[in-house]
Design a protein around this ligand. Structure first.
Ligand code: PRP
Length: 216
């Protein structure tokens, strides 16, 4: 039997995913060693392979079939627009994609003045402002600490993830508009979905019914 390969988003999402998999009897002990720099792990009994990748790369591995399944945030699936099937909402990693800035910038947003928008998510921001709001903006791509942009005057507003809201609060910023809710999703390669349908469906059903029990 060939290995079914699962790409995990490095970091907290991977930990939460493995905890959920353990609840359905899928274990991978070697992934738990914090001193190890290993990137790929196996479960020989179930013929599963797991690897850890940077979030934005997970849909790429899945689209090309290097991974059959990927666990990744909805933000990344929206931004990357890869040809993968999004099949399940895992319900954890919940947060919101928002337009944020100083309270004073609310007026500018409302009156559709040409403003600068800094973001790690240019595709999501473009779609929101151009297609949903019909508003022309100047997009500036950044790679992290996006909250800096309105503080140092690089942009009026940002499009970014808000989880607890503490980064905004600590920097004198507020949510001005909400774009959409986000959470961790399961993405599947379309060819794998056909070729490995039984095993993938088994896994999805196990996870699905576990999540249902937890939410009951
Ligand atoms: C994310 C996001 C916000 C923050 C939101 O950044 O970009 O900055 O978390 O979380 P909060 O609402 O709970 O404060 P992340 O820590 O992933 O790092 P980054 O700034 O490098 O994107």
């Amino acid at each position: 039997m060939r290995y079914l390969t699962i790409a995990l988003t490095k970091g907290r999402l991977a930990g939460q995913t493995m905890a959920l998999l353990e609840e359905i009897g899928v274990f991978c002990e070697e992934m738990k060693d914090p001193s190890s720099r290993k990137l790929i792990f196996t479960n020989e009994e179930l013929k599963l392979k797991f690897f850890l990748a940077k979030g934005p790369d997970v849909p790429t591995y899945v689209e090309y079939g290097a991974a059959d399944i990927g666990i990744v945030g909805k933000d990344i699936l929206m931004e990357e627009e890869r040809k993968v099937y999004e099949v399940l909402d895992l319900g954890f990693g919940k947060c919101r994609m928002c337009v944020c800035g100083r309270e004073e910038s609310r007026e500018k947003l409302l009156h559709q003045e040409q403003i600068r928008v800094a973001t790690k998510y240019p595709n999501i921001a473009k779609d929101y402002f151009y297609n949903e709001k019909n508003q022309t903006v100047e997009l500036i791509k950044l790679n992290g600490s996006i909250e800096l942009a309105p503080i140092v005057g690089l942009a009026e507003v940002i499009v970014d993830i808000v989880e607890t809201g503490s980064t905004l609060r600590d920097n004198g910023l507020v949510v001005l508009e909400e774009i959409c809710p986000l959470s961790a999703r399961v993405a599947v390669n379309p060819v794998s979905m056909r070729m490995e349908n039984d095993r993938i469906m088994w896994l999805l059903e196990q996870i699905g019914s576990r999540l249902q029990k937890e939410n009951a």
